[in-house]
Design a protein around this ligand. Structure first.
Ligand code: IMP
Ligand code: MG
Length: 176
């Protein structure tokens, strides 16, 4: 391993096993719903959403939103800004937000507040990683992959200053 390269926190096989479990759970829960709209939150969600959506056994559509923190530093500042909205009108639809990671919960809270007034038939959340110790907001996560410690993680779609997104595992970088 080169110095400064991420160390493995969650290996690839473990992620894929867990994503398979989440997909089975989501498929069972939405079987009667007719159709599910997966809303991916760019950019961090792209690999998780790709894997999850392909493992679902129910009819689904996919749309994306792009958000960014106002402060482009590694640490979450709290303020969130909408960069790209959905194309889909979600009124009356069953919507599942797909997020890479919940840290303070600000982003997820912002999203819920943005989407709920659009009157979806249901609105739930599917999150791969949660830093439990850091949570400040009372946001509901309906489907959770893993709880992780308060570390900056990369890989499987997640970045540190736009690097390491394509790593197949979840790794830890030293941010200092
Ligand atoms: P929150 O609004 O504080 O919950 O932060 C959520 C967003 O911050 C996520 O959607 C990520 O984009 C980013 N984020 C938080 N922690 C990490 C991390 O450890 N690695 C990569 N991105 C992170
Ligand atoms: Mg994200």
């Amino acid at each position: 391993m080169r110095p400064g390269e991420p160390e493995v926190l969650i290996p690839e096989e473990e992620i894929l096993r867990r994503v398979g479990e989440l997909a089975r759970q989501v498929s069972a829960d939405y079987e009667a719903a007719g159709e599910l709209l997966l809303v991916g939150v760019l950019r961090g969600c792209f690999i998780f959403l790709a894997d999850l959506s392909r493992l679902l056994a129910i009819p689904r559509r996919i749309d994306f939103m792009a958000l960014a923190a106002y402060d482009q530093e590694a640490a979450s500042s709290g303020a969130v800004r909408l960069i790209m909205d959905l194309r889909t009108n979600i009124e009356g639809k069953h919507v599942l937000i797909v997020e890479d990671i919940v840290d303070t919960g600000n982003t997820l809270e912002y999203l819920m507040n943005l989407l709920l007034p659009r009157r979806p038939a249901s609105l739930k959340t599917c999150v791969l990683l949660r830093k439990k110790e850091r949570l400040e907001k009372d946001v509901r996560i309906d489907y959770l992959g893993f709880d992780i410690p308060d570390l900056w993680v990369v890989g499987y779609g997640l970045d540190h200053m736009d690097r390491h997104r394509a790593l197949p595992f979840i790794g830890v970088v030293k941010t200092d």
